[in-house]
Design a binder for this molecule. Structure first.
Ligand SMILES: [Zn+2]
Length: 354
């Protein structure tokens, strides 16, 4: 089943920034002229957060869907539509993840390898890729179509790690530093060989018509590959100096979506059910209780009294008035108006069974 290969549109994307937002217009063979925008850097720091697990699972799932539908005789156009739709839905999660998936769908359906998405493949993976892409009269066999996944994942993961490392370097350099973000950026370019090697960027910026429908003319930057897209977003994030920080739970970079002094991100780590900020809030509350003896004895007494009330040994009114008085005394104790001993004596006298 070999279908007509579509021409590769060039370049992969165009972009501009405005009011803290980055706007991309994406050109892939399967999705033409997709425009999206988000806070500058958010997709980049979330890309650094997402390990290869999610992409790997998605690709294997796509492969399974492809084989199953094809063997049931579903038309290639319908299979493609289904897989493109699944990729599109993941845009909300992360645009880069979605672009990698679109690249894989194109490979599955058209047997075309888009080097703009899967760039920088070298060594053994390059040999494997050449073997996979070699002209085969009956098309690429299934085994190689699924074998391709590991090649693509390694390419993705090396870029993700690079983004994570660069965000860390820049963040560390900014601590206690009074220079402007642009000055810091210049110094990194000059002095940090890792940064210069992977993030040095020269872009072409064009004045032209962005939107064919509205005819709106804007200045946009031409981005040939996914590396350029990542670089562009990195540079914008750094020179605009928009704050990102590292989550106290997962340790990965994030851009706070609410309060700028947030300590935790709101993403769900692999293997966890709750997002970091929920886990973090519980941890912080537990730590606080453990640190302060007055809070600890209050909490224990509160639980005793609550249990007694629920079991019917204590009237609701008596319980309520105890809670009110206990909370008052707790606050007095925390404010230093009541000694810990006096507070503890009162707690013991009122909440222990006599
Ligand atoms: Zn986190």
């Amino acid at each position: 089943m070999r279908r007509t290969k579509r021409n590769q549109p060039e370049p992969l994307a165009k972009a501009f920034t405005k009011d803290n937002q980055v706007y991309f217009r994406l050109q892939t063979a399967l999705m033409e002229n997709v425009s999206y925008n988000s806070v500058i850097g958010r997709n980049l720091v979330n890309f650094a957060f997402l390990d290869q697990g999610l992409l790997e699972r998605c690709m294997h799932e796509f492969f399974a869907v492809y084989v199953q539908r094809r063997d049931r005789g579903v038309r290639p156009d319908s299979i493609e539509e289904e897989l493109v739709e699944r990729s599109r839905r993941l845009f909300i999660r992360n645009s880069y993840l979605s672009i990698y998936l679109l690249g894989y769908v194109q490979f599955l359906m058209d047997e075309v390898f888009d080097p703009r998405i899967f760039s920088g493949i070298t060594g053994d993976d390059k040999s494997l890729l050449n073997l996979i892409m070699k002209e085969k009269p009956d098309g690429i066999p299934d085994m190689l179509k699924s074998g391709m996944i590991s090649v693509l994942i390694r390419s993705y993961e090396s870029k993700r790690k690079r983004a994570e490392k660069a965000l860390k370097i820049v963040w560390e350099a900014s601590q206690g530093d009074t220079r402007t973000p642009v000055e810091r950026y210049c110094q990194l370019e000059q002095e940090d060989s890792f940064f210069r090697k992977h993030w040095h960027s020269t872009f072409t910026t064009t004045l032209g018509v962005w939107d064919a429908e509205t005819g709106e003319s804007v200045r946009f930057t031409v981005l040939e590959t996914i590396d350029d897209m990542l670089r562009y977003e990195m540079v914008q994030l750094l020179v605009e100096g928009l704050g990102y920080k590292f989550c106290k739970n997962c340790g990965m970079p994030f851009i706070p979506s609410g309060r700028s002094d947030a300590l935790y991100c709101d993403r769900v780590m692999a293997g966890q059910e709750k997002p970091c900020n929920k886990i973090g809030a519980n941890l912080a509350a537990k730590k606080k209780v453990a640190r302060t003896p007055a809070l600890k004895i209050y909490r224990q007494a509160y639980q005793r009294m609550n249990k007694r009330m629920e079991q019917g040994y204590l009237e609701r009114e008596a319980y309520d008035s105890w809670v009110t008085e206990a909370a008052e005394k707790r606050d007095q104790c925390l404010a230093g108006e009541l000694s810990y001993k006096e507070f503890a004596d009162w707690i013991n006298a009122t909440s222990r069974r006599r």
